[in-house]
Design a protein around this ligand. Sequence first.
Ligand SMILES: [Zn+2]
Ligand SMILES: [Zn+2]
Length: 276
Amino acid sequence: MTDELFSILASIVTALQSLSLPTVLFCLLAYLVKGKSALTAFRTCLPNSIFNISIMCFNLVLISFTFTNLGWLYSINVVEAFSQFWESLPEWLVILSAVFCGDFIGYWRHRLEHSRMLWPSHAMHHSDTNMSWLTLQRFHPFNRVTTTIIDAGLLISLGFPPYSLVANSLVRHYYGYFIHADLPWNYGAWNKVFVSPVMHQWHHANEPAAYNTNFATVFSVFDRAFGTYRVPSLCNIPLGISYNVGGNIFGQLLYPLKLSSYFKKFKKTQTKSIDT
Ligand SMILES: [Zn+2]
Ligand SMILES: [Zn+2]
């Protein structure tokens, strides 16, 4: 038991240490973009950032006790031809394909998270009213588990080798930090290919027209292809959810456990595509 506690503590310390480099980088970016007002922005988003780091630690502890080993996913039967196909390609192309396919899977999984069935466990991610790069850590444990099983399970089923899954996770993790950062950045013509911080801010915008738009993490091509792309301008409207999804961290953890949460209003489908 003592060994288990030490290993959980060690994983929390490692996770907190892994935040140090992004902290320096995003503080620097905030200062370059906002100047001295970055300090005010930091103070404003501090309560939500504390929430985000707390839920990150909670998920680590819970995963240590419950889903320590998702290696069983590798027992999924893979069509031999799929594995042989990826083995025949250079590693860089396999990684690029894994990230592209991973984002396609992530796009549809994210759309599912905005359905009545999965919204109560996805609502925690959207409850951040002062979004920052740390919002990427704000996920209900149910949401973490379904994301991992759906994304990794389908990529493994397609025969992708383990190294490409690791690369895909790293790309999605660090690019995920970037698109959640409070940066007023669009990519101009490249918006048609990649998700920008502004595009993802619109995904979190608290207005009906923004609900159920901009689901992709890396490639905006999926939102464009399936009619959910919407980036009308820089995003200067309030973010978050206007109704109560549990209040504090404990209330939000309980929210998807309540039957009533599945019968409340939720973000409705909106498929109108609007270009910049
Ligand atoms: Zn969402
Ligand atoms: Zn998000």
